[in-house]
Write a protein of this length. Structure first.
Length: 399
């Protein structure tokens, strides 16, 4: 049995260039085998829509019905690789949600961790990045110092892309830092627009001690980005994010010498396993790697923690810390939060179904936000899976 829950959670934060993010979509997949082994996974849209994700996962469900867990994982990977070889537009959320659920079920059947299935367990704790969204500079300073007080050593900030505002923001941040022994990363989200503007922005960032600039130019401006790298390396490293759309892009990045670091989102590749393989393959080209963020619930966060655990080396801390630290949304009875800049990976080797709760849907629905009929869908999933006694009535009150 395979069933889904679609959540739409209200958000309000700004990424670089003052672009407003007003909502967060989550496709949660439940898998139950004939011998009642359960698995849960999560995906988010990346470059597509939640409607495409939903349509795709319905098709994928039909494709793997009757398969064993191993057979389903193999079939899913082969199918996605075939699509990725011909197009960069894939309903990634559907693939990731389903693959994650299958991995979780297989881990439980084998009494192993998800990380072990992916390739091994290389650490008990996973360090994390502190992200600061774009706000008034003084508020950004407060949030940045809050991360530092928790022991975080790698800070990612969103920026205004007007050069005067950029200068002011970085000056205030640098002047107010309580500690300088941190890695400061600026995520431009492609907003520097062109090479001439990017040169001026990099000069500003160089003066204010920025260590890494993520995706400074539009995703296809690779030659211009390579020019920036030649001028500012090693003072400033360049990380690519939006430019990465397929695993084979890594070879092009290496050929053009366009980046020092690549930010990998399993949401972007629709697969934990393909993401891990591509990250490991990047090493032979001399590229460092980072595991990115999609503001997941605890389900996706646990899968990302297992991916980080499975990497023999982590060049940079894990960026994904979940949506809870930013908005207080949790579907776990005990929300997962980093402690002393670490997440205890040994505690989260699989999804504990007994800790899942969809009570958040009640509080969100009171604000009359569209939940894509999520109350009904969640109730249906609970009835179908029966993973928690009386969960339909107890958690969300659906008859």
């Amino acid at each position: 049995m395979i069933d889904f829950v679609i959540l739409k959670l209200p958000t309000s934060h700004f990424i670089s260039g003052w672009r407003h993010v007003r909502e967060s979509w989550h496709l949660i997949t439940f898998v139950r085998t004939e011998d009642s082994v359960y698995g849960v996974g999560e995906g988010t849209p990346y470059g597509t829509s939640i409607f495409e994700d939903y349509s795709t996962i319905v098709k994928l469900r039909k494709m793997i019905i009757g398969y064993s867990l191993d057979e389903a994982l193999r079939a899913l990977k082969v199918y996605e690789c075939r699509i990725l070889s011909s197009t960069s537009r894939v309903a990634y959320g559907a693939f990731l949600s389903l693959e994650s659920a299958l991995l979780d079920a297989l881990a439980k059947r084998r009494k192993a961790s998800i990380a072990h299935l992916l390739g091994g367990e290389y650490r008990d704790k996973v360090p994390v990045v502190g992200t600061v969204f774009l706000k008034h500079p003084f508020i950004m300073v407060e949030e940045l110092n809050r991360w530092i007080s928790k022991g975080v050593k790698h800070i990612k900030i969103k920026i205004p892309c007007n050069l005067d505002d950029l200068e002011r923001t970085l000056r205030i941040i640098r002047d107010s830092l309580k500690e300088t022994d941190i890695t400061l990363r600026v995520d431009a989200n492609q907003c520097l627009e062109n090479y001439a503007k990017a040169i001026k922005a990099f000069r500003i960032m160089e003066r204010h001690g920025v260590d890494i600039v993520e995706q400074p130019l539009p995703k296809n401006a690779l030659k211009e980005t390579a020019k920036l790298r030649k001028i500012f390396y090693p003072t400033i490293k360049i990380m690519l994010d939006e430019s990465l759309t397929r695993p084979q892009d890594i070879e092009l990045f290496a050929e053009l010498e366009v980046a020092d670091i690549v930010n990998f989102h399993p949401s972007k590749f629709g697969s934990l396993s393909i993401t891990r393989e591509t990250m490991l393959g990047s090493k032979k080209y001399g590229l460092e790697t980072q595991i990115g963020s999609s503001l997941f619930t605890e389900i996706g966060l646990i899968h990302y923690v297992n991916l980080a655990t499975s990497m023999p080396e982590l060049d940079y801390p894990l960026e994904e810390i979940g949506i809870y630290p930013f908005y207080g949304y949790s579907i776990y009875q005990e929300p997962i939060t980093p402690k002393k800049c670490m997440i205890d990976a040994y505690k989260y080797k699989e999804i504990d179904l007994s800790k899942l709760t969809f009570a958040i849907l009640k509080s969100v629905s009171k604000h009359e936000f569209s939940l894509f009929n999520a109350l009904y869908q969640a109730g249906k999933a609970c009835r179908s899976i029966n993973f928690l006694t009386g969960c339909t009535k107890k958690i969300i009150g659906v008859d």
